[in-house]
Design a protein around this ligand. Structure first.
Ligand code: SF4
Ligand code: SF4
Length: 435
C-alpha cells in the first residue's frame, strides 16, 4: 500500500525488525588485526599523515590531520604502523593510499585529551569539541566543532535521532544503551551553543528509546523528547526543522535559531569531552536480505567491511549489492575491502534485483515527492540534452541525493543517479563560469 503523507515525504517500509533486537556483536581489539585510514577526506582534500612505517602508536594517539578543516584523527588501537596500502575508499569512491596500523592487542592508552565538566565555560567546551576530532556520525561527516564556532541567536539544540533510512538501527540501539552520555552531551552542547533547551527527536513507534530517555529526564529539566512522523526523509535537517519548529531557512539551521546534531554524535561528545578519551569505535548496522544474520556490530574505526560481514555469518547469496550507508542515500560499491569510517552508520546488503526501466509516464510523482522541491524528470531531460543552463536554472545543486525520486518512480527510472551526474557536470560548468 502506498501512503502519501504530504508533498516531499513518504512512509517507507523500514525493515528495522531485521536488526533492532538482534544481539549486538562486539569485534573487540584483537592482536594482529589491522585498521586502515584513508589519506583523503570525503571532499577529496588531503589528510596530513603524522606517523611513519615502523612507528609504535598508542590508543588515542594523533596519527593524522585533515587539511581543509582542523580535524585530528586518533589511533583506535595500540600497535605498529605498517607501509601504506592502496585500498578502496568510500570517501572518494576509488582506491587511494591508506595508513595501516597492526594491533598489538595491548590497548596501551595515550595521555587523555583535556577534559571539561558540565560547569566549564562555553569557550572551554568549544576547544574540547575541536580537539575531540569528531565528525557527524549520522553519515554527513561534517566536522562537529564548526557548528559551535561562535554561534549566534541559537535557542535550541535539536538532537536528530530520527534514523529515517530503511534498515538502520544504530541510533535505536545506542540511544537506549547510552542515555547518560546522550544527556551529558546535550548539556555540554547547549552550553557551547547558547541554547536554552534541547529537543531529542525520534520517530514514533520507538517506545524503547523514548522511555529509556524519559526515565532520566528528571535531572535534565531543559531536555525533552519529541516524536515525529515515520516518513522519509524526516531525518534530513530541513524536513526535521520544519516539522519541529514550523520554520524554513535559506542556508543554515542557525537562521532558524537551531543547531542540530545526530544522536550518536551527541553521545560520543558526551563521552569524549568528560573522559578525554577519543572515539575509537562505533556501532554500525549490517542488515538487508543479502546478509545471513543482520545485526549491529561494534568495531574499531578503520576495520575492514569484510570483517563485519564475516561476523554476521557472511552473505546470504552470491549476487548482492553492498551499500555503505542506507539504501536511499547510499551508493553500491563493488568490493568489501574498505575501512569503516567514523560517519559510516551501516552496511546495507541487498539481493540483486533487476528492474527494467519503462518510459516516463509524466505522472509527476518524482516532482511531488522531492523534498528539495526540484523537478527530477526535467533535470534528467536537461542532462540528456546537455543543456547546462537549464540544469542550473532547475536548481540541480539543491539535490540532496535522498533517493526519493527513484523510489517513487513507477517506471523505475534511475533518477537519483541522473541527479548525481547532473550535479557533477553542473558543478564543473559553474567552476568554469567563475574563471
Ligand atoms: S534525489 Fe534529489 S531530485 Fe531526487 S528526490 Fe531527492 S533531492 Fe529530489
Ligand atoms: S516519477 Fe517517473 S514516470 Fe513519473 S514523471 Fe517522474 S520520471 Fe516520469
Amino acid at each position: 500500500m502506498i501512503l502519501f503523507r504530504s508533498v516531499g515525504r513518504r512512509h517507507l517500509d523500514g525493515h528495522k525488525e531485521l536488526s533492532k533486537h538482534s544481539e549486538i556483536i562486539n569485534l573487540g581489539s584483537k592482536k594482529g588485526s589491522k585498521v586502515y585510514f584513508p589519506t583523503m577526506a570525503p571532499n577529496a582534500s588531503a589528510i596530513k599523515v603524522l606517523v611513519n612505517p615502523g612507528d609504535k602508536v598508542t590508543v588515542g594517539q594523533k596519527i593524522a590531520e585533515r587539511t581543509d578543516f582542523y580535524v585530528p584523527i586518533y589511533s583506535p588501537v595500540s600497535g605498529v604502523v605498517l607501509e601504506q596500502e592502496n585500498l578502496f575508499s568510500t570517501n572518494v569512491n576509488r582506491p587511494i593510499k591508506h595508513i595501516v596500523i597492526e594491533n598489538d592487542g595491548l590497548d596501551t592508552p595515550s595521555d587523555p585529551l583535556k577534559t571539561v565538566t558540565l560547569d566549564s565555560t562555553k569557550e572551554e567546551i568549544f576547544a574540547a569539541i575541536k580537539e575531540a576530532g569528531l565528525v557527524g556520525l549520522g553519515g554527513a561527516g561534517f566536522p562537529t566543532y564548526v557548528k559551535y564556532n561562535n554561534p549566534q541567536g541559537i535557542h535550541t539544540l535539536l538532537v536528530n535521532g530520527v534514523e529515517c533510512e530503511p534498515f538502520l538501527t544504530t541510533d535505536f540501539v545506542t540511544m537506549q544503551k547510552e542515555v547518560d552520555a546522550l544527556l551529558n552531551g546535550c548539556e555540554l552542547l547547549m552550553k557551547a551553543s547558547g541554547a536554552s533547551k534541547a529537543i531529542i527527536a525520534i520517530k514514533v513507534h520507538k517506545e524503547e528509546v523514548r522511555d529509556a530517555i524519559k526515565a532520566k529526564l528528571d535531572t535534565h529539566p531543559n531536555v525533552t523528547v519529541k516524536e515525529v512522523p515515520d516518513v522519509y526523509p524526516m531525518g534530513w535537517e530541513r524536513t526535521l526543522i520544519k516539522e519541529v519548529f514550523h520554520k524554513e531557512y535559506d542556508r543554515l539551521p542557525a537562521e532558524a535559531g537551531v543547531v542540530i546534531n545526530n544522536g550518536q554524535t551527541v553521545i560520543s561528545l558526551g563521552k569524549v569531552l568528560l573522559t578525554g578519551k577519543p572515539i575509537t569505535e562505533r556501532t554500525i548496522t549490517v542488515s538487508g536480505d543479502g546478509i545471513k544474520n543482520p545485526t549491529n556490530v561494534v568495531c574499531k574505526i578503520g576495520t575492514q567491511a569484510k570483517e563485519l560481514i564475516e561476523a554476521c555469518g557472511g552473505l546470504a547469496c552470491e549476487d548482492v549489492n553492498l551499500i555503505p550507508g542506507g539504501p536511499m542515500c547510499g551508493k553500491a560499491v563493488n568490493n568489501d575491502v574498505f575501512p569503516i569510517t567514523m560517519p559510516m552508520g551501516s552496511l546495507t546488503i541487498l539481493k540483486v534485483k533487476t528492474y527494467v526501466e519503462e518510459p516516463c509516464l509524466r505522472c509527476g510523482s518524482c516532482t511531488n515527492h522531492c523534498p528539495s522541491g526540484l523537478q527530477p524528470v526535467e533535470i534528467r531531460r536537461a542532462l540528456k540534452a546537455k543543456d547546462y543552463e537549464r540544469m542550473i536554472k532547475l536548481n540541480v545543486m539543491s539535490c540532496v541525493e535522498c533517493g526519493m525520486c527513484s523510489y517513487c518512480c513507477p517506471s523505475r527510472i534511475e533518477l537519483t543517479d541522473a541527479m548525481r551526474n547532473a550535479k557533477t557536470v553542473t558543478k564543473f560548468k559553474l567552476s568554469q563560469m567563475k574563471k
